[in-house]
Ligand binder design. Structure first.
Ligand code: GLU
Ligand code: MG
Length: 434
């Protein structure tokens, strides 16, 4: 006889979902009073070391579950169900703990609400089934059918987990697949991004399969991105992103928002492309993002204005959204979306003008024309990205001192641990964790 277990989880600065596990019979009481957590655990780097941090051996936090965030995936004959709740970290007096990643996103959502706006978002995940022996042609029916048994289990589990998957498709690179899901309110979208990763891993574990979300895996030349789609809405659900008469068909509000994201993009990469290996992905001509720029339907642009299908019955205004492409699955979705919103809010408040759109390959634009497009090379490595973050007062102060200091320490430890390793070794190490 076994007892069903439930987990309270927190997806941390290192992009790893940490858990506290207890018997189901304690669920009602734990939902009310939460569980304990040690602040210094937030200073774990991806490779298991606790780095220097503001808390040391002292202090305690309450890990308080969000009842609305429950995820449940039924078990089968040989596996127990997967059941967990996302949590917020609270101080022992019940007040929000400033350095909590979910609280960080909530603060940005509140900042947007002060302007009468809400964000709807969706995360697209690419990943590789790394144990495929003979990859089928990219985008092919053969690739889809070869993995249909696994993908249908993944899709069923995602539906049960409340993720509302839209597609599970074979992608361009060998062994690569992609899951997209429907847009949701910001906090739910970020929770869902974690759920996509954990549910895909769960089903692969059950089936004895191997999967990697690392931006560059050991095997393949292709790259795994996480593309974050964002649209702006009024509090009473009117779409605010679209204006057919303006550049890129972006409303004035969405143009300011996008210009803010562009302005802070080099600092954002420290959060959205947060591993040493991430910079093996952010290279020109890989449909990821090597330059900070805004483009319409341009897959080399780090901010891509997504296409709108003008068909009968389609409301263009409700489809309009921008896609942030410089993110990967090493990053915390809560920090990623929070940072994008913080940058966008700054753009709205300062009424930043959107530069000319880049609708060609940004690598082909001569340096003399970069200013016109607001074009800048994104950081070449994590160290450069961290320096950009440290120099960006808006993004840095929004994170709060403790989160910023701990985050920097984790990332610097990753740089130290990858020092003197060649690109392949770095890919192997990250692929083993993510
Ligand atoms: N695999 C590309 C990336 O790393 C994205 C390809 C696509 O546009 O779907 O971001
Ligand atoms: Mg894709």
């Amino acid at each position: 006889m076994s007892q069903t277990l439930v987990h309270f989880v927190s997806h941390d600065y290192a992009g790893i979902t940490r858990a506290r596990t207890f018997p189901e019979q304690r669920l009602e009481s734990n939902l009310k009073k939460g569980l304990c957590w040690t602040p210094a655990n937030l200073a774990l780097n991806p490779f298991g070391s606790i780095v220097e941090n503001p808390w040391g051996a002292s202090g305690d936090l309450i890990m308080m579950p969000d009842r609305d965030s429950e995820v449940c995936v039924s078990g089968d004959d040989s596996t127990s169900p997967l059941r967990y709740f996302h949590t917020d970290f609270l101080n022992m007096d019940g007040s929000p703990w400033e350095a909590c990643p979910r609280q960080y996103l909530k603060r940005q959502v509140a900042g947007l609400a002060e302007l009468g706006i809400k964000a709807i978002a969706s995360f697209e995940h690419e990943f590789m089934f790394t144990d495929i022996q003979v990859p089928a042609p990219c985008f092919s029916l053969e690739a889809a059918r070869s993995e249909e048994q696994l993908c249908s289990l993944i899709v069923a589990a995602l539906i049960e987990a409340g993720v509302d998957p839209e597609m599970c498709i074979p992608e361009y690179a060998a062994r690569q697949f992609e899951v997209t899901c429907s847009p949701a309110q910001a906090l739910k979208a970020a929770d869902r991004a974690v759920n996509v990763r954990e549910v895909v891993r769960e089903i692969c574990r059950r089936q004895g399969r191997r999967v990697s979300f690392s931006p560059v895996s050991s095997l393949n030349p292709g790259t795994n991105g996480v593309h974050v789609h964002v649209s702006l809405w009024s509090e009473d659900d009117l779409p605010l992103t679209y204006d057919p008469g303006r550049p890129g068909q972006l409303s004035e509000l969405a143009s300011h928002f996008s210009a803010g994201v562009l302005e802070h993009m080099n600092a954002l990469t420290a959060i959205t492309a947060p591993g040493v290996v991430s910079y093996q992905r952010l290279r020109p001509n890989s449909w990821s993002a090597a330059y900070a720029c805004i483009g319409q339907q341009n897959r080399e642009a780090s901010i891509r204005i997504a296409p709108i299908a003008h068909l009968d019955g389609n409301d263009a205004a409700r489809q309009a959204n921008i896609e942030y492409r410089a993110a990967d699955a090493l990053a915390s979705p809560h920090l990623v979306l929070g940072a994008i919103l913080a940058a966008g809010i700054d753009g709205i408040k300062r009424k930043l003008a959107m530069p000319e759109l880049v609708n060609t390959n940004p690598s082909s634009i001569p340096a003399s024309e970069h200013a016109r497009f607001g074009l800048r090379a994104l950081p070449a490595d994590l160290d450069e990205a961290l320096q950009e973050l440290a120099a960006d007062e808006v993004i840095k102060s929004g994170l709060g001192a403790a989160l910023f200091d701990c985050y920097q320490a984790i990332k610097k430890s990753e740089i130290r641990e990858m020092n003197n390793k060649d690109e392949k070794e770095v890919r192997d190490i990250y692929s083993a964790v993510y």
